[in-house]
Design a protein around this ligand. Structure first.
Ligand code: IPE
Length: 445
C-alpha cells in the first residue's frame, strides 16, 4: 500500500506544525503536531523541529503499522527534511512529492482544529494572506498573553510581525483621541434586591452626566444587576450546558439584559445624545468564560462617528461549554487593553473601594490608590474589616482588582467612584481629584 506524509502550518505565525500521515488504499489518517516551542528561540535556529518531526512520524507509523515495503511519499517542505532523511536511513522507500488532494485537505483541517483549540475561531482552511493576518490580529488582541503561541523564532518576529497593527486600527482609527470606557455597575442602575427592577432616575441622571461629555469618545458598558444575576444563578449559566431548560434560561437572560439596555438607550434618546446598543452576545466568543474573540468593526465605526456604543455583561457563546456569562468588568478591561484606553471609570454606588462596607461600618476607610504591589496588603485590610463572610468579600474584591490589572495599559488608570454626584465625571475628565479609588500599574507616573 502507499503512504503519504504532509505538513501544514509552517507559514502560519500561530501554533506548531501539523504532520499528517495518510494511507491511500484504506483512507487511514492520523495527525501529530510539532509543538510551537520548536519554532521559538533558541530551538528554531537549532532546527530541533527536524528531529521532533521524525519522532512523531515514526510514532504515527507504529500506530498505522506502516511496513518497510510500502512506498512513502513525503512532501518536499523544509520542515520534513529530517523525516525524509531519517526514514531513508531506516530503510524506508522515500519519494519526495508535491502533495495535493485528500491528504492536503485533511492536514489543513487538523491545523485549523488545533488553532481553534488555542481559541482562534473560524480560521480559513486554505492557507494564504487572510489566514496569516487573522492570526497576527489575534495575537495583537492580547500580545502579552498570546505571544507564547507564536512562532517567535522567525527572523522577522521581533523586528516586524510583533509590532504589526491590524488594518482596521490604521484605517478606522481616525484622528480621534482614545476612548474613555465607563462601566455602570449593576447595583447602581438596578435594584439588586428585586428582579428586573431598573433605577430609572439614576439612569437618567448618569446618562445626563455622560451625555454632557464632548471632548472624549466614550464607550459605555453596563452590568446585569437584577436583570442578569438572578437568572444567571437560577440557570447556572456560568457553567454552560446542553439542556433545553438551560438554553431557555439563556434566551430569558438575553431578553432581560436587552430590556435593561433599551432603558439605558432610551435615556440617551431623551438626553439628545447619539448612542447605539451593541449586543455583547452577538460579538463575543469566549473560551471557558474568558473572551477569546470580540468583533469590534461596528463598534469602531460608531465610535468614530461620535456615537456612544453601549455594551453589557451578557451571555456569550463559549467554544468549550456552549455558552457562559461574561461580566461587564471583563468586557471593559478587554476593550481597555485593545483600544489602549487611558482611563476606565467604574461607576459604583459607593465612592471607591473600602476596608469595610461603608454603609454598615462608620469606621470603614476608603483606599485611595491600589497598585499590583499593594494589592495583597489592601486585601488583608479588607479581610480584617469584613464581617462573617470575609472570604466572600475579599475574593469578590480580589476578582475585580485582578480583572482590572489584567487589562489596564501600563500608563492607564482605572477609577472606582460614584458618578451620581453631579459634576464628578466632568471633574475626573478635567484631571481633578474626586473621592475615589484609583488603580494604576505603578504608584508613581
Ligand atoms: C453580568 O454582568 C451579566 C449577567 C449576569 C447576564 P456584570 O457582572 O458586569 O454585572 P454587575 O455589574 O455585577 O451587576
Amino acid at each position: 500500500m502507499t503512504v503519504f506524509v504532509d505538513d501544514a502550518g509552517w507559514g502560519d505565525p500561530v501554533g506548531g506544525v501539523i504532520i499528517g500521515i495518510y494511507r491511500v488504499e484504506t483512507e487511514e489518517y492520523l495527525s501529530r503536531e510539532i509543538e510551537v516551542t520548536h519554532f521559538q528561540p533558541p530551538n528554531f535556529t537549532q532546527r530541533t523541529y527536524l528531529n521532533r518531526g521524525l519522532e512523531l512520524v515514526l510514532e504515527g507509523f507504529r500506530c498505522l503499522f506502516v511496513q518497510k515495503d510500502e512506498p512513502i511519499h513525503v512532501c518536499r517542505g523544509v520542515v520534513l527534511d529530517g523525516v525524509r532523511e531519517g526514514l531513508t536511513h531506516r530503510g524506508y522507500e522515500v519519494i519526495p512529492t508535491k502533495i495535493e488532494g485528500r491528504l492536503q485537505e485533511l492536514v489543513e483541517a487538523s491545523l485549523v482544529e488545533s488553532l481553534a483549540r488555542l481559541g482562534l475561531p473560524n480560521i480559513p482552511t486554505v492557507s494564504g494572506k487572510e489566514r496569516f493576518f487573522r492570526q497576527l490580529e489575534w495575537i495583537q488582541e492580547d500580545l502579552r498573553r498570546r505571544e507564547r503561541f507564536a512562532k517567535t523564532g522567525w527572523k522577522n518576529w521581533p523586528t516586524k510581525l510583533r509590532h504589526w497593527k491590524p488594518k482596521w486600527r490604521q484605517r478606522n482609527r481616525g484622528p480621534t483621541t482614545p476612548p474613555v470606557i465607563i462601566k455602570l455597575g449593576g447595583s447602581v442602575v438596578t435594584d439588586k434586591t428585586k428582579p428586573s427592577t431598573a433605577r430609572l432616575d439614576t439612569i437618567e441622571l448618569l446618562v445626563k452626566e455622560i451625555s454632557a461629555v464632548k471632548a472624549h469618545p466614550i464607550i459605555l458598558v453596563h452590568g446585569g444587576g437584577s436583570f442578569g444575576h438572578f437568572l444567571a444563578e437560577k440557570y447556572e449559566l456560568h457553567q454552560g450546558g446542553r439542556s433545553k431548560r438551560k438554553k431557555l434560561g439563556v434566551t430569558q437572560t438575553i431578553h432581560e439584559m436587552t430590556r435593561l439596555g433599551q432603558i439605558i438607550l432610551a435615556a440617551f434618546q431623551k438626553a439628545n445624545r447619539p448612542a447605539v446598543s451593541i449586543h455583547s452576545s452577538s460579538i463575543i466568543v469566549s473560551l471557558r468564560g474568558r473572551i477569546a474573540h470580540m468583533d469590534l468593526e461596528a463598534l469602531r465605526f460608531f465610535l468614530n462617528g461620535n456615537f456612544i456604543p453601549i455594551l453589557s455583561g451578557d451571555v456569550t457563546a463559549d467554544s468549550v461549554t456552549g455558552f457562559t456569562i461574561v461580566s461587564g468588568d471583563q468586557i471593559v478591561m478587554y476593550l481597555a487593553r485593545l483600544l489602549e484606553a487611558p482611563l476606565v471609570i467604574f461607576a459604583s454606588d459607593v465612592d471607591g473601594l473600602y476596608t469595610a462596607d461603608p454603609k454598615l461600618d462608620p469606621s470603614a476607610q476608603r483606599i485611595p490608590l491600589i497598585t499590583p504591589e499593594t494589592m495583597e496588603e489592601v486585601l488583608e485590610k479588607v479581610a480584617m474589616g469584613a464581617a462573617a463572610d470575609a472570604a466572600d468579600v475579599t475574593e469578590g474584591m480580589r476578582g475585580k482588582i485582578t480583572e482590572i490589572f489584567k487589562g489596564l495599559p501600563e500608563s492607564g488608570e482605572a477609577i472606582v467612584c460614584d458618578l451620581r454626584q453631579p459634576g464628578t465625571l466632568a471633574r475626573i475628565l478635567a484631571g481633578k481629584e474626586v473621592p475615589s479609588t484609583r488603580l494604576r500599574q505603578k504608584s508613581a507616573r
